[in-house]
Structures are given as C-alpha cells and as structure tokens.
Design a protein around this ligand. Sequence first.
Ligand code: NAD
Length: 330
Amino acid sequence: MEKRPCRIAILGAGGLGKAAARFISLKREMRLVAICDQGGYAYSEKGLDGQEIYQIKPQGSVADLFSGGVHCPDSIGEIIALGKSIDGIFVALPNLPNDFIAKIIERFIDAGYSGVFTDALKRTRAMEQMFQLDRGLKEVRSTYITGAGATPGLLTAAAVLAAQSFQQVEEVKIWWGVGVSSWQDYKATIREDIAHLPGYTVETAKALTDQEVEALLDAREGRLEFQEMEHADDLLLERVGVVDSRNKVIVGGIMDTRSSKKPVTTTMTLTGITLSGQKSTHRFVLGDETTMADNVVGPALGYLKRAWWLRDKAIYGVYGSTEFMPMIVR
Ligand code: NAD
C-alpha cells in the first residue's frame, strides 16, 4: 500500500456500511472520504467521522451528517462524479434483484472510473454476473475482488487453505450462526436470506413490505433456518479447483433476529482424502463473540487492501476471494 492513506468510499450505509465506517476510523492506512445511502451522500476530502456515522439510526441517513452530508436522488451518481478523489470502494448495498450491484459497477465502468472494489455478494447467480464485468474493469484499469464477506469470503478462503492437506476434497460444509438484536439493522441481509427459504424467490423476497417481513419473523419467533443455500462459495471453490463440482459445497445456517447471541457456532468443515488414502476433516471455527459485522467488514477491507496492492502491480479485472489472501489493514 502507498504511504498516503487509501481514500475509501462505502456504497450503502446500512448495518455493514456503518460498521465499515467505524472500522476505517481506527485505521491509518485507509481514510473514509465518501459514503452514500438511499437518502444522499457525505463527502470530505479530509475524511468523514466513522464513529459519528456508526451512530446513525436505521431510519436516518448520511445525508444528515453535519460535515459533508447532502440530500440527493441519485447518491451513487454523485459518488461516481467524485471518482477522481476515491481510490477504493466497499460495496455494501442490497443485491435484490440479482444484477443490482453488477449494474451499479457498470455505471462506474461507463464513467471510466479507475480504482479498486470489494463486495460481500452472496448468491451464486449474482456472482456469475460480476465475473462478466472482467473485460470492462480491465479496460478502465480497475481491480475487483468479489465475495469478500464472511460466507463467501473468510470461510471460503479458509477452505482453500484446508484443502492443501488433501489429494481430493469430498465436501465443504459451511454452517453459520448469526445473532442480531433487530432485523432493522440489517434489512438487506435478512431480506436476501428470506429469498433462500422454501416457497420464496429473489423476486418475492424483494416484493415483501417491511410489515410482511416482520410478520414472517414473528411467526418463527425471530429465527430463520436455512438449508442448502444458493451461495457463491460453491462457484468460488470450484473456480480455484478446491472442488471439482459445485454440489460438493453445502451452505446453511441459523439467523436469530431477536438476540445478538449467536444461535449456533459458525464452522467450515472440509472433508478430504489424503495422499495415503486416509479420510479426514479440517474444521475452522469462528469465535462466538465475533459478530456478523466483524466477520464481513474485516475481510472486505482486508481484501480491498489486497485489490489495491494488485492494482499497483497492474493486475486488473475481477477476482474471487478464493484467489488471494486478504491483507491486514493497519
Ligand atoms: P442494509 O439494508 O442494512 O443497508 C443497505 C444500505 O444500502 C442502506 O443504507 C440503503 O439506504 C442503501 N441503498 C439501497 N439502495 C441504494 C441506492 N440505490 N443508492 C444508494 N444507497 C442505497 O444492508 P446490510 O444488511 O448492511 O447488507 C449489505 C449487503 O451485504 C447485502 O447485500 C447482504 O446480503 C450482504 N451481506 C453479505 C454477507 C457475507 O458474508 N457475504 C453477510 C451479511 C450481509
């Protein structure tokens, strides 16, 4: 990373966007210069106050910030216009429908923006669309690492490491537990997860009103259990050869929207066969005290530093989080 801090913009100021703002405020190698949400954006060349942003209530907006807040109808367009003052972008936007984030990145490409990006995309079909942007991003000399959250992200990268002990990988099983005290803090995360429940699709989950989401959560006492989710961990592990077929990757978990205590411990369990024919497993276990935001924002910004490092070496285009190690942001 260069000596001067990497000037960061965060797209989306919901649960993850605000947590990322707080994270950056504690780091000297990154400076948060811009952030946006549906209400508007905030920009400061000298740096925004991440702790102040973290305190914004779910119904508030960064447009109301005293320093640099502006109300506007197309805050993404305003961030694109500021492109020359931004080195790196963490995309913490909702992704409903599946191509929502891909379409926004196309706008950056069309405007000729040259920099680095990471996202915390989850769906396999959504990530397939991100890889389609490879040529366009190369043309503008941008570097993008996709799937850089927790799953995919931290846990998928752990699977790449675990696979090194084996001649053949039989299965990668990710079982996650997330506890949040209010669904309002992570609306997009929960709405997108609902799209994985039996009887729901991306389209029907997108169409749910907040009241309908609340009724659904009430009927299940705030807890949602997911089996065999369509998660891009499969695509990312197949892409680097950890598995020879996507169906060897199984992702599921439990979300509790009424308590910040994790309902189950998050694990990544990789089963394989060694050179001498022994079957064994490696397991990566996340500490129960770590929150979803810790496990998404840390990797997303660690991979953003990696993308910046790659771009400095003239390596452009779209890569998955299984292709590189995240770096530590100091
Ligand atoms: P959220 O609902 O709390 O916040 C979304 C933010 O985006 C809000 O500030 C909203 O105003 C803003 N926004 C929406 N449309 C916009 C637009 N057109 N222009 C500007 N801003 C806009 O979301 P969240 O719960 O923080 O989740 C963000 C993303 O992270 C989701 O896609 C979620 O699925 C993903 N996620 C990934 C992982 C992982 O491990 N990979 C884990 C959790 C969440």
